[in-house]
Design a protein around this ligand. Structure first.
Ligand code: SAM
Length: 293
């Protein structure tokens, strides 16, 4: 069953199986062949690659992925889509469909079992209600991935790329930029999906760094500092950190670290770059070491 990205074919499949869209699963199926093609070329697949697709839907992108990659592992939560996928993917021997909630899967184990521990390329038109938890859990739990090429809400794609000082700059921007190089490769309007989402979408490619772009002695502390700064966005950085349960440094230590960085004591967290957060965390780590001598 070829070319599901043609809207007529998608409607035929949906009618054949009397499929009912489930809002709770963020189901907006792609019906634009150019967008499928754009995602595919951005993912730069080769016959060596094992692709992890999150949420194959009726298999529109899965078919195209199977043509270009060595292997595709497609994880779909909705049981009602499994018989449809057996039908639409019947001609592809290199696709494995797993019915599961991606957030509950051990993806490191999956990489071990399905790809000998080698890195996946993640490609997906993501369910928007769990975009951030999916991406963050892949990055933080160090699942082996080379790149993540995904359709997300436009606003979320923009946030991932924001720099200090902008209103949308925050913990997500910093985490994404610590682990990956983000590039928006396409903007996609609502009429490319069935049913139409209420918001605009974008395809973003996140290429994982082999080493983070900044040197950090204690990653846990770095992310605790970032969370604390943006949890209390309107406070100064010093007050945000002092009020946080997660941060155990004193006000004096934090002020001393900021002074060592030539930063104002009244600066807000949203003005610090990733490099400055990294330096702040490294200065604080050294302080504790000095005091515990
Ligand atoms: N890839 C298809 C396409 O482009 O037409 C469908 C994309 S649709 C935006 C998101 C898909 O993710 C749906 O098929 C939905 O059922 C599935 N999904 C939602 N939550 C999921 C989860 N937690 N784990 C795995 N799949 C999920």
């Amino acid at each position: 069953m070829a070319d599901l990205s043609n809207p007529k074919r998608t409607i035929e499949v949906i009618q054949k199986y009397s499929f009912v869209f489930q809002k709770k699963f963020g189901q907006n199926f792609l019906i634009d062949p150019y967008v499928v093609e754009k995602i595919l070329t951005s993912a730069t697949l080769t016959k060596e690659d094992c692709v992890l697709e999150i949420g194959p839907g009726i298999g529109t992108m899965t078919q195209a992925l199977a043509e270009q990659a060595r292997q595709v592992i497609a994880v779909e939560i909705d049981r009602n889509l499994i018989p449809i996928l057996s039908d639409t993917l019947a001609g592809y021997s290199n696709v494995t469909v797993i019915q599961a909630d991606i957030l509950k899967m051990d993806l490191k184990k999956l990489a071990q079992e399905q790809n000998g521990g080698r890195a996946f390329k993640v490609v997906a038109n993501l369910p928007y209600y769990i975009t951030t938890p999916i991406i963050m859990s892949i990055l933080e739990s160090k699942v082996p991935v080379d790149s993540i090429t995904v359709m997300v809400q436009k606003e979320v794609a923009d946030r991932m790329k924001e720099m200090p000082g902008s209103k949308e700059y925050g913990a997500l921007s910093l985490a994404i930029q610590y682990y990956t190089k983000p590039e928006i490769v396409a903007n996609v309007p609502p009429n490319c999906f069935i049913p139409r989402p209420k918001v605009g979408s974008a395809v973003i490619r996140l290429t994982r760094y082999k080493e983070p772009p900044v040197f950090v002695m204690d990653e846990t502390l770095l992310f605790a500092l970032i969370r604390a700064s943006f949890n209390q966005r309107r406070k100064t950085l010093v007050n945000g950190l002092v009020n946080s349960q997660e941060i155990t440094y004193t006000k004096e230590q934090i002020q001393a670290a900021l002074e060592a960085q030539n930063l104002s004591l009244s600066i807000r967290g949203e003005m610090l770059s990733l490099q400055q957060f990294a330096e702040l965390s490294n200065l604080l780590v050294k302080m504790i070491k000095k005091e515990s001598k």
